[in-house]
Design a protein. Structure first.
Length: 635
């Protein structure tokens, strides 16, 4: 396969529509498009307008019809329950068609929303594909979010049904999900008609009569449902992601563009063949789980792995090596934090020794910038290419990568390599002009975005334009900052908004500030992301107390930590906070979060000319020092 990267990128540049029309030949359509790219409502663009398709058909039915019925489609590997369960394409299709029948029986039809709040069990994949089968729009909510976050998503998506489970399992802790679901439904204004509940033996839940339905019982009576053709431009799913406030953004994914882009990416970005075993060690609640646990591997006829465990502790730092060896994994995709955890617990990779990794070809990392030390450690221990690639929930597939299906370009640790065909990536300086090589600026993508990227936000075209398209007219703003080097490699260095990446999970410090500000003793607050050797970044809160509050600071901090856990969820990893006398601010009253972060990370900083009172910086430094900052940070 040796098409060069540059020739392919130029081919796309010369004829973008021809490029995607050719890629779309790989998909089974009920009806081809009238307009490949509909720009009539630009800057909102629609790919494959007029086409009809079904994502579930392309993930399952067509493979069963094309000789893959007995090939494994899904391997569920759960060290936390000691279970391995395998589904051929025919078996997975049978389960999905039945569950699609359950959804229909309970009133779900094309265009209805279904919220899925499930742990990493096969039923999550089955439920997602069943929605796709009948044209219902799924919205998966990550299990580590608290009831309030779930309620916010229920109110925005207004689901007819919710699919959930009695519990999840975190290493050796059983987390009852059902009470969280019940609380979320209580909190939400919108009430679903039906909840389908998967009872897990670790913690069966009591069902609400008239509303809750038992998954197993429903499946036993279900009649399989056929695929329902939908418009290529119809939404396949909504995935909520952190924005700059407590209100998450409902990223919409369409059916047609998503199919074409993900199918293309499997061959050219990840360099896999149909029949390969592909493992994305993430969670179905995140975009990586949507794109590369569920949809792309199945669109492409691969075997996908669903892993209910952690890189360490389930039971040891050899967990990933066991899975790779046992299921003959060819490609692994995970977040750098997983490798930092393994490296921390087993620096010499001695747990690797007993395992045969001869099938393993490539490790892909994304979700946060991979620090060079971790990348080099993985390369040295695994002796395979380790590819850092960059993308976002919004894009749904990689923006920059080393495209192994074309040719492997030299790896530069710390860089996400080069733009993927379809993406015209530019770096703009403060004057909105293109920055020189090596000069840091805002990273933007020239419109239109390629197929697969969000066409808009759920029921919020204005919000979409305002958030992503208004800062740099003609461009999509990624909210990342970085630079291009002399070779055209992209270096993604930081966010330009208040999003932080904690263990590869995207979180908003603004949302955490909203929680802290709601504490009765807090006058004002700021949350910053500080460097962490394991999780990349973790949140650190600073609060100023209201005058006259003289309760012990420790007690207040404990309450704040608990509030964030209860209102956002344990996934926020909010565990550190300090009570400070004052926050450093500009004369116009803007809190200098960036300067505080630099102090906490031990980085050089300039005292901003606009600062209200420079002496506050020394006070903050002293407060942070008491918490042990600055301490060890990543390269
Ligand atoms: N349901 C309920 N709780 C959850 C949860 C879920 N699905 N997922 C995480 N949590 C909880 C954890 O139990 C933990 O709770 P604690 O504060 O009581 O210990 C908290 O949320 C933070 O979880 P996590 O970020 O996973 O941290 P960890 O310390 O448990 O594990 C790693 C650290 C590095 C091992 C872990 O983050 C990991 O495996 N990362 C892999 C990368 C990944 O999946 N990235 C996703 C995007 S690609
Ligand atoms: P999410 O939407 O959760 O996938 O988070 C997207 C954000 O994670 C991006 O905007 C980046 O800030 C960061 N990110 C993801 N992958 C990378 C990478 N390879 N290098 C640097 N940052 C990354």
């Amino acid at each position: 396969m040796s098409q060069s990267y540059h020739a392919t990128y130029q081919k796309w540049q010369k004829d973008p529509l021809g490029f995607w029309a050719e890629a779309a030949e790989a998909i089974d359509w009920y009806k081809k498009w009238d307009t490949l790219l509909d720009a009539s409502e630009a800057p909102i663009y629609r790919w494959f307008n007029g086409a009809e398709v079904n994502s579930c058909y392309n993930a399952l039915d067509r493979h069963v019809g094309n000789g893959r019925s007995q090939q494994l489609a899904l391997i569920y590997d759960s060290p936390v329950t000691n279970t391995i369960q395998k589904f051929t394409y025919a078996e997975l299709l049978d389960q999905v068609a039945r569950f699609a029948g359950v959804l229909q029986q309970h009133g779900a039809a094309k265009g209805d929303r279904v919220v899925i709040y499930l742990p990493m069990v096969p039923e999550a994949v089955i439920a997602m594909l069943a929605c796709a089968r009948i044209g219902a729009i799924h919205s998966v909510v990550f299990g580590g979010f608290a009831a309030k976050e779930l309620a916010t998503r229920i109110d925005d998506a207004k689901p007819k049904l919710i699919v959930s489970a009695s519990c999840g399992i975190e290493v050796n802790r059983v987390i009852p999900y059902k009470p969280l679901l019940d609380e979320a439904i209580d909190l939400a204004t919108h009430k679903p008609q039906t909840c389908v509940i998967l009872q897990r033996p670790q913690a069966p839940a009591s069902l609400v009569e008239g509303r809750d339905v038992d998954w197993q019982a429903a499946m036993q009576q279900a009649k399989p449902a056929d695929c329902v053709p939908v418009a290529a431009t119809d939404p396949l799913y909504i995935l909520y992601t952190s924005g700059t406030t407590g209100m998450p953004k409902g990223v919409v994914r369409d059916n047609g563009g998503h199919l074409v882009a993900l199918h293309w990416s499997m061959k050219y970005v990840y360099g896999v063949q149909p029949g390969d075993v592909y493992w994305a060690a993430s969670d179905v609640g995140w975009v990586v789980g949507h794109s590369y646990i569920v949809y792309a591997p199945l669109f492409y006829g691969c075997t996908t792995i669903l892993y209910e465990g952690k890189p360490v502790g389930t039971p040891d730092p050899g967990a990933f090596w066991r899975v790779i060896s046992e299921h003959k994994v060819n490609v692994l995709f995970t977040a750098p934090t997983a490798f930092r955890a393994i490296k921390r617990d087993d620096p010499d990779a001695s747990y690797l020794e007993p395992y045969d990794l001869s099938h393993f070809r490539t490790l892909f990392l994304a979700g946060e910038r991979c620090d060079p030390a971790t990348l080099q450690w993985a390369e040295e221990k695994l002796k395979v290419p380790v590819i850092d690639h960059w993308w976002q929930t919004e894009t749904g597939w990689p923006i920059c990568a080393n495209l192994l299906g074309l040719e492997q370009l030299p790896i530069k640790p710390g860089s996400a390599t080069v733009p993927v065909p379809g993406y015209d990536v530019r770096i703009l300086d403060v004057y909105e002009e293109e920055a020189d090589a090596g000069e840091i600026g805002s990273i933007v993508i020239k419109l239109p975005l390629p197929p697969g990227c969000l066409p808009t936000l759920w029921h919020n075209d204005e919000g979409y334009k305002q958030t992503y398209l208004s800062n740099f007219p003609g461009y999509y703003s990624t909210a990342d900052a970085g630079f291009k080097d002399e070779d055209g490699y992209l270096w993604i260095m930081s966010r330009t908004d208040d999003i932080i990446n904690v263990a590869g999970h995207r979180l908003s410090t603004g949302a955490m500030e909203e929680v802290l500000a709601a504490h009765p003793d807090v006058a004002e607050c700021a949350v910053i992301g500080v460097a962490d050797a394991l999780k990349g970044e973790i949140p650190l809160g600073t609060v100023v107390l209201k005058a006259g509050v003289n309760r012990p600071h420790d007690a207040i901090i404990k309450e704040l930590v608990q509030m964030v856990r209860e209102r956002i969820g344990p996934v926020a990893s909010f565990k550190i906070a300090a009570v400070v006398e004052r926050l450093p601010k500009t004369r116009s009253g803007k809190v200098l979060r960036g300067t505080m972060k630099k102090i906490a990370d031990g980085e050089a900083y300039r005292v901003p000319a606009t600062i209200d009172n420079p002496a506050i910086l020394a006070e903050i430094a002293a407060d942070l020092a008491e918490l042990g900052y600055p301490h060890q940070k990543n390269e």
